[in-house]
Structure formats: C-alpha cells, structure tokens
Design a protein around this ligand. Structure first.
Ligand code: CUA
Length: 158
C-alpha cells in the first residue's frame, strides 16, 4: 500500500503545476477579453522584395484619412524603420500599417498597447490613440541580426 502513496513533494509539485496552468489560462482569458490582446488582423500581403513599390508602402509616412484618423505607413528593415521619426497628433486614432523589407522585426511602443510582429510578406495593422503629447520610442523586439539592439525610431505625439 505504502508504495502507491504519493510523496508530499510530488503532491506539492502537481498542485503547483495545476495552479500555474490555471493562472496562465486565466491571464490569457483576462488579456484577450479585458485588455485587447488579439492575434494580428489579416492586414493583407505584400511581396517583401517589392514592398517599396507596392501601395501603401510606396508612400511612407503619416496621412490624414478622416476628421480625426490617420494612417502611419512604415517599413521595418535591418536595422531601422522608415520613416525613422513619426509625427502624430494627440487624441487621433492612428492606424499603423507596417511591413518588413527583409526579415522578421518587431514593432513595439513601450507604455502603449502597440506591439506587433512585423513579418515579411504580411501587412500588420493596429490602431492606437495617443492621449498624451510627448515622445515615444519605437523598438524592435524580435531578434533580427547583429544590429537588432540599435533598431529603433521616434514617435512624436503633438
Ligand atoms: Cu529588427 Cu530586431
């Protein structure tokens, strides 16, 4: 009988495993229902070799699309973003439309929920409203080669 008993340590580790599983599932449910976590939307596809000649990436930059809406069209490439300085107005809904000219990059503005993977061949799309004026960093958070840690740009909310 005694050899079938579960050792106290095993019970503790089993309990810990179940607890962590429930915590992570709970965090995922919370993030996706309350905090706007989502899979990247199907923003479209583009030939990465032709990205600079394919609309909308043939005209990079920020464009007004409505009374208080803007598109920010950006290409990520090793190891910069084009344009490297993005000016957007505070309080406007800014849709970032992003693709890569080479490898997988990241597109993250810390302190906001702007956080995308930039996958060559795919177009990432994400809308964000900056409520406060100021300068933000735009960072690459996917390792993309020796220059990865220098890959950044500036977002100026004015
Ligand atoms: Cu681009 Cu890391």
């Amino acid at each position: 009988m005694s050899q079938h008993r579960i050792h106290i340590y095993e019970k503790v580790f089993l309990g810990l495993g179940v607890f962590m599983l429930l915590t992570f599932v709970g965090a995922l449910v919370y993030a996706s229902t309350m905090r706007g976590l989502m899979l990247p939307g199907e923003g479209g596809r583009v030939d990465p070799r032709q990205v600079f000649h394919t609309p909308p990436f043939d005209h990079l930059g920020v464009y007004k699309t409505g009374p208080n809406t803007y598109n920010a069209v950006v290409v990520a490439m090793a190891w910069t973003y084009i344009p490297n300085e993005i000016h957007v107005p505070a309080g406007a809904a800014v849709t970032f439309i992003v693709s890569s000219a080479d490898v997988i990059h990241g597109f993250e503005i810390p302190g906001t929920r702007v956080n995308m993977m930039v996958i060559p061949g795919q177009i990432g799309r994400l809308t964000h409203t900056f409520t406060q004026k100021g300068e933000f960093h735009l960072l690459c958070h996917e390792y993309c080669g020796v220059g990865h840690q220098t890959m950044n740009a500036k977002v100026v909310v004015e």
